[in-house]
Design a protein around this ligand. Structure first.
Ligand SMILES: [Zn+2]
Length: 372
């Protein structure tokens, strides 16, 4: 039997957890059901009318897109308007729509890494490391019979995620003491008497963003009225987690600027690029940010990149590049992101446990900009 939609989304979120997304973003399942059985997936950068028509034609069960289709909320689903028409068409044809946007941009092995790798950039580091990757250690003291439940809640909530391992926890057995005071309703022991209980000290790593929700969930399954727990900020967040926008790294061999432009065009399959700022003598250290990344021109300069590749450069961004004496290549928003379908296809083919499932790249998703 075909895999469920949820099994596909789990594979994507193992690489690009939803909590990595920027706060203004809207990612995840936007239309359809996690229970839907999926035999064919259409991969695209954007969801347009043509892409949805293609999905219907291809009899796809699911569309996975990079750019959110539902972004600022929908006030009505009026089928006389394009947005409503597309929603209706997807529902009518039972096609689920899933979006991985800034979470996929920022993931250590996400889109920026994929493009950097495609360009032959080695020793890749995030250009703008995520704040959200601040890590904490949470320690929960729990009566031994409840340890497994606590570990399950921790793991299922995304705590203890280290590299390719989930549910990483550590436990030690010890003795807890407590005296229930007047008016309490203790799970163990009597009011006014000191009780000694065999408890596990269960510890795991969490990122700051999930802290509140996880503590709430743990309190729900923890048997005590007052769950005893500690939170420690950790210094090793960036060592464990290489998430962030953009990438910076080095080419194996330095290249002449002209040759590098040709290399970028060939690797990203582009007919042309726009260039601003001053050419370096040679290109060795490369910074990039897929999509719209003009805001990182200064950061690329500070980090001593020989060139910065991004999209959506405006006139005054080009001026800023020149003033910063930084060479910037504008390879286009579409140009730097269209290969997201290749990343998704590889990721799903390698990790979704169903050899029959088909992944189709959209042929109808085109650049909104045209060049003559
Ligand atoms: Zn984009």
């Amino acid at each position: 039997m075909a895999v469920k939609c949820s099994e596909i989304t789990k594979v994507i979120e193992a690489v690009a957890p939803r909590n990595l997304a920027e706060s203004w973003d809207n990612v995840g399942l936007q239309i359809g059901s996690f229970q839907k059985r999926v035999k064919k997936v259409l991969l695209t950068l954007d969801v347009t009318e043509a892409v949805v028509r293609e999905a219907v034609m291809e009899k796809a069960d699911m569309i996975i897109a990079h750019h959110p289709f539902i972004f600022n909320g929908i006030k009505s689903i009026c089928t006389d308007e394009l947005k409503g028409k597309i929603v209706a068409e997807l529902i009518r044809n039972d096609i689920s729509l899933y979006v991985a946007h800034t979470n996929l941009d920022k993931a250590e092995l996400g889109l920026n890494d994929y493009i950097a790798k495609t360009l032959g950039i080695e020793k890749r580091q995030p250009l703008d490391p995520s704040d959200e990757d601040k890590l904490y250690k949470i320690v929960v003291y729990v009566p031994v019979d409840y340890t497994d439940k606590i570990v399950e809640v921790m793991g299922d909530s995304g705590a203890g995620f280290i590299g390719n391992y989930s549910h990483c926890t550590y436990r030690t057995v010890g003795q807890g003491t407590f005296k229930p005071l007047e008016g309490t309703d203790p799970f163990i022991g009597e009011e006014g008497e000191v009780a000694t209980v065999k408890e596990d000290r269960v510890e795991t790593i969490i990122d700051g963003k999930m802290m509140k929700t996880l503590i709430q969930k743990l309190k729900k399954v923890h048997p005590y009225e007052e769950m005893a727990y500690d939170l420690y900020p950790l210094e090793n967040g960036l060592l464990l987690n290489q998430n962030g926008l953009g990438k910076i790294g080095t080419l194996k061999e330095a290249m002449a600027p002209d040759a590098f432009i040709e290399h970028v065009k060939k690797a990203l399959n582009l007919s042309h690029v726009r260039v601003a700022g001053n050419e370096p003598a040679k290109v060795k250290k490369v910074a990039l940010c897929t999509g719209s990344g003009a805001e990182f021109i200064g950061l690329a300069k500070v980090k001593k990149a020989d060139v910065y590749i991004t999209g959506d450069l405006k006139y005054h961004d080009a001026q800023r590049a020149a003033e910063n004496n930084l060479w910037v290549i504008d390879a286009g928003h579409f140009g730097t992101e269209k290969m997201v379908v290749g990343l998704l296809k590889n990721l799903l083919r390698e990790n979704v446990n169903d050899p029959e499932i088909e992944y189709v790249r959209s042929n109808f998703n085109e650049d909104f900009m045209r060049y003559y």
